[in-house]
Write a protein that binds this ligand. Structure first.
Ligand SMILES: Nc1ncnc2c1ncn2[C@@H]1O[C@H](COP(=O)(O)OP(=O)(O)O)[C@@H](O)[C@H]1O
Ligand SMILES: [Mg+2]
Length: 259
C-alpha cells in the first residue's frame, strides 16, 4: 500500500467539523533516541514557565503499565504531572513490536478514530499537549497508517529527536522528508547525547547539527546533554535552559493556544 493511498483512506474517514488539536508531536529518527526524555524535558520546562502543557503517549508497546517504569510513568515523573499512567498512555501493549503488530497480537483493533478519541480527555484538560510517538515517523501504527499519517491527522507540527553521532544526518533528513511529504511542518530537531559514550569521540558530532540545518532547512534547537543518574524534573528543566532554545516550540504553542 502506498503512502498516498494510506493518506487518502484516512482523508475520506475524517469526521466533519472535528476538533483542532493543540500541541507538538515528538517523533524521532529511531526507537531509543530519547523521545521520552526530551518530551518530558520540554514539557517540564514549559510548565516551569507556568504553561498548562500536558503529555500524551497515544500508543505504547513493549511493556504493559505497571511492568516497571514505562514511558507513561517516565513522562509523569519527569514533568510532575498528576495524571494516572493509563490516562497518559491509553493503549499499551506487551509485545516489543510496532504498534500495528503489537495491537493485533493483543486482539485489539487499533484505529485512527479510536486513537484520537482516547486523547480527547487530555486535550480538554490542557492548553496544549506534547505527544510522544512510537518509534519513528515511518512506524506502522494501525493496519493502514503510519505514525506520520497520525501526525497529519492531528494537524500538529513535529519535533524530531535525533542522535548526535555518525548516521544522524541521513536519518534526520529522511524523517523530515517523510513528515513534509505528509504536509507536517517540522518545528525543529533536538540532538540528544543518547550515544554519549561514542559521540564524544565521534568526529562527525561537531558538524552534524550544522549539516542538518543546511541540507534539511531545519532548525536545531540544541544538543541535549546526557544526564547521569535519575532524570528528575529539576535536572531536565536545567538541561533545557542551559542547552536548548525552545522559543520555536513556545511560539507554536502560544499561536495555537491563542488562536
Ligand atoms: N539525555 C539523556 N540522558 C540520560 N539518559 C538518556 C538520555 N536520552 C536518553 N536516555 C536514556 O536512553 C534510553 C532511551 O531513551 P528514551 O527516551 O526511552 O527513548 P525513546 O523514547 O526514543 O525510545 C532510556 O533509558 C533513557 O533514559
Ligand atoms: Mg519513549
Amino acid at each position: 500500500m502506498t503512502g498516498s493511498h494510506v493518506s487518502s483512506v484516512h482523508g475520506s474517514e475524517k469526521p466533519p467539523g472535528r476538533k483542532r488539536w493543540r500541541g507538538i508531536f515528538v517523533t524521532g529518527t529511531d526507537t531509543g533516541v530519547g523521545k521520552t526524555v526530551i518530551t518530558a524535558a520540554i514539557a517540564a520546562a514549559l510548565r516551569s514557565e507556568g504553561q498548562n502543557v500536558g503529555v500524551w503517549k497515544p500508543v505504547q508497546s513493549g511493556a504493559l503499565l505497571g511492568e516497571g517504569i514505562t514511558d507513561a510513568e517516565r513522562l509523569l515523573r519527569g514533568t510532575g504531572i498528576g495524571e494516572r499512567p493509563e490516562q497518559v498512555a491509553p493503549f499499551t501493549f506487551a509485545a516489543p513490536l510496532a504498534p500495528a503488530l503489537a495491537a493485533k497480537q493483543a486482539g485489539v483493533d487499533l484505529t485512527m478514530a479510536g486513537l484520537l478519541a482516547a486523547g480527547e480527555p487530555l486535550a480538554e484538560r490542557y492548553d496544549a499537549l506534547l505527544i510522544e510517538g512510537a518509534g519513528g515517523a515511518a512506524v506502522p501504527l494501525t493496519s493502514d497508517a503510519l505514525v506520520a499519517d497520525f501526525i497529519a491527522e492531528l494537524g500538529v507540527p513535529a519535533l524530531i529527536v535525533a542522535r548526535c553521532g555518525l548516521g544522524t544526518v541521513n536519518h534526520t533528513l529522511l524523517t523530515a522528508a517523510l513528515l513534509r511529504q505528509r504536509g507536517i511542518p517540522v518545528a525543529g530537531v533536538v540532538m540528544n547525547e543518547v550515544d554519549h559514550a561514542t559521540s564524544r569521540n565521534d568526529p562527525s558530532t561537531a558538524a552534524n547539527a550544522e549539516l542538518i540545518e543546511r541540507y534539511g532547512g531545519l532548525c536545531v534547537l540544541g544538543q541535549f546533554p546526557w544526564i547521569s543518574g535519575e532524570a528528575t524534573m529539576e535536572r531536565l528543566v536545567r538541561a533545557v535552559k542551559q542547552h536548548m532554545d525552545i522559543s520555536p516550540v513556545r511560539q507554536i504553542l502560544e499561536n495555537v493556544i491563542n488562536s
